[in-house]
Design a protein around this ligand. Sequence first.
Ligand code: AMP
Ligand code: MG
Length: 503
Amino acid sequence: MSTIPRSLFGFDNSFVRELEGLYEPWQPAGSSRPTFLALNRPLAAELGLDVATLERPEGLDVLAGNRVPEGATPVAQAYAGHQFGSFVPRLGDGRALLLGELAAPDGRRVDVHFKGSGRTPFARGGDGKAAVGPMLREYVISEAMHALGVPTTRSLAVVGTGDHVLRETKLPGAILTRVAASHLRVGTFQYAAQAGDTGLVRRLTEYAIDRHYPEVADEEHPYLAFFTAVVDAQAALIARWMLVGFVHGVMNTDNMTISGETIDYGPCAFMEAFAPGTVFSSIDHAGRYAYGNQPYLAQWDLARLAEPLVPLVDEDSDVAVAALTTVLSTFPARYSGYWLEGMRAKLGLPTAVGGPPAEDDAEAVAPDVALANDLMALFQADGVDFTLGFRRLAGALTGEDRWLRDQFTDCEAFDGWAARWRALLGDHDPQQVAAAMNRVNPLYIPRNERVEQALTAATEGDMAPFERLVEVVRAPFDEQADAELYATPAAPAGEPYRTFCGT
Ligand code: AMP
Ligand code: MG
């Protein structure tokens, strides 16, 4: 395997330098006839990469795993994980490699990572490969999430390998190049801990602090402060998911980052008709990772991060467990705080409106919380499209409420809700409130039907629907010409369209 000049990627490898024991050096398998399926030019520019060089054959060869750039020391990272509640002590990158770390022009350090680059020592029974469809799915969903303001790993490129992957049928293979703040996961800590090596857990924690939460290093109890920071980052992240209707699908501990970025887009999707029980993953029979369960499961996963930290937090394990448990128990309030902040913006409520419940009534719910919860109950009763329901709410302030009113069987209930909402909005200028709402309530999300259609076409060699979908979801808040299809909810399966009140 030949090398190419440093000019393309100036790699550094702090993970490899500092965390021996958490990886296996390995090489990508390469591709027989590589072609670009997607190249993220805006991201490349953001990372200070020379787009023109990336696009040339030598760039393609790197992204196809055929040449390892000078300075890169590819490794398969080790991690453990609870998958659907069961502990697997050795998972790791079975079909992925960390190529190296880059310093972006803005000072951030990011991982550059392959997925689908061949079997590794962690492959177990897997073939080490990835198919075009799932890699393009990760590309488009992560682009959409980024545009929606949700912390996420990014996708730099998807390269078709020219080789086949055997799934239920023979499919074209692909390699995704993923960019992330890091690939440290809850499962990385679990792996270090089950090796029985407290020194390794300590090195890993110090590395994670240095890379993601340097401000906690000066705290009196840095390890506890580190755990608090991760709990907070995850509370903020899950609130963002809930506010855009995102269902991750496999919230196993190996798929939860320490950085607070969304990672591993597998059987994920955006909910359309609002229903807390929404599940997309065909393997999630019990609905463990349903939309409405995500905050609880995040807290469960974070408890798995607390366990390896016990020996670091205090010599007395009872003291450590108590301290970590206290921090973990702040998750619901942190999550609710972030959710309410986002929900207030979605409803156009200015910061000062609402306020705490009356002091003499401990059971009372704050008016803004009640307003948000009641709207969700109305959405649920009629299966209103989560994205469009919020987007059209702004119209209700400017006299265009017909679509929205039409969604509800119980018009009086909606009208009553809208009257309370207007009362909380007070005398703020409706046009301005509507404009602010349209900056946080997206019009376009990657709807399942559009994603499936784009991936099917791409698998058959037609990239046009995929490219159009990426273009639309990159500007989710701006009404775009000829894009109605991308804002249209799927017809409920097996049911005719229903019309309700108002018409
Ligand atoms: P995921 O469901 O993508 O989060 O993967 C869970 C685990 O299975 C990770 O350890 C992956 O590296 C591994 N894995 C998934 N697919 C393959 C494959 N085709 N070949 C080897 N390992 C795989
Ligand atoms: Mg994973």
